[in-house]
Design a protein around this ligand. Structure first.
Ligand code: HEM
Ligand code: HEM
Length: 234
């Protein structure tokens, strides 16, 4: 992706020229993840009768997560971990600029936001991973619970419950950050819907988008891995 030369400042969001940043797979991944986590929460609260739906939501979340890990390695430029994970110096410089009200502008994830993405993915991974070994003391257990002792399964269940609160806190922080950017005139949310940001003078230059077939292949691989994980032990 070539560096934009348009004079519109990215913070204004008013420029008519828009440049692509998030491809359809990142956007679909994000909003499907949000819906499935909400559904997993609702079905967990709805009681034992809905536990099989809870587990299905969990498998779908796990599939999305594996997809995103693959996409972070071989996907579009703005989705690649090596593109948006930056060292402590860049993170500090970004934070300092933000607090001194002279923010740096990034087209893809900024240095602070990039690490927040990793925190969110890790928490989602722990949530879905521990669920596989969890039990509800009555009728239901994750598909891998029988591979470990009862004590280990109980421990995983405890982590499953505690981690969910951490995940909620992280999501709260994530949404607060998005709103703060909005107050400062930078609409990150719109870009997560339409995939584009106003042209401007950004500090990063994400690589080109990857072909759609590669996203489909990554999703198929992720789905097959989860299917194997869930069905083979039984
Ligand atoms: C990211 C996806 C997931 C989320 C957000 C999630 C969330 C939750 C929540 C909020 C609870 C209720 C805890 C409580 O009663 O206080 C729960 C319970 C449970 N979850 Fe998950 N879960 C996820 C994935 C999974 C997966 C993949 C499995 C297994 C295949 C699973 C199995 C269980 C079991 C067996 C319980 C019952 C624990 C109990 O009531 O003692 N979960 N989950
Ligand atoms: C379960 C709740 C949520 C989770 C787990 C979550 C997770 C994530 C993740 C992993 C990313 C990185 C996307 C990628 O590179 O693939 C992201 C980005 C983003 N999310 Fe969320 N999200 C959640 C809810 C929300 C909500 C409710 C909003 C709306 C306010 C939102 C707005 C955004 C935006 C605007 C970005 C792009 C940030 C940027 O420009 O760097 N998210 N989210």
């Amino acid at each position: 992706m070539s560096r934009p030369t348009q004079p519109d400042h990215p913070a204004t969001g008013g420029g008519r020229l828009q440049i692509p940043v998030w491809d359809w797979s990142v956007r679909l991944f994000h909003w499907a993840l949000v819906l499935l986590i909400a559904a997993a929460w609702a079905t967990a609260e709805a009681g034992v009768d809905y536990m099989h739906w809870h587990m299905r939501c969990g498998y779908a979340v796990l599939t999305l997560l594996l997809f995103r890990l693959l996409w972070g390695l071989v996907g579009s430029g703005s989705a690649r971990f090596c593109g948006f994970l930056r060292g402590p110096r860049a993170v500090l410089a970004y934070a300092r600029a933000w607090f001194s009200h002279e923010p740096q502008h990034y087209l893809g994830h900024n240095p602070l936001g990039g690490w927040m993405v990793i925190v969110l993915l890790l928490l989602v991974g722990v949530q879905a991973g521990t669920g596989l070994f969890a039990n509800d003391d009555i009728f239901n257990e994750g598909p891998l619970a029988r591979l470990v002792s009862g004590d280990t399964s109980d421990f995983m269940t405890t982590i499953h419950k505690v981690n969910f609160n951490l995940l909620l806190a992280a999501v709260g922080l994530h949404v607060t950050a998005v709103l703060l950017y909005l107050l400062r005139g930078e609409n990150l949310l719109r870009a997560m819907f339409n995939g584009r940001k106003p042209a401007g003078d950004y500090l990063d230059r994400p690589g080109p988008p990857a072909p759609a077939w590669r996203a489909v292949l990554c999703l198929a691989l992720a789905g097959a891995a989860v299917w194997a994980l869930v069905t083979l032990p039984g």
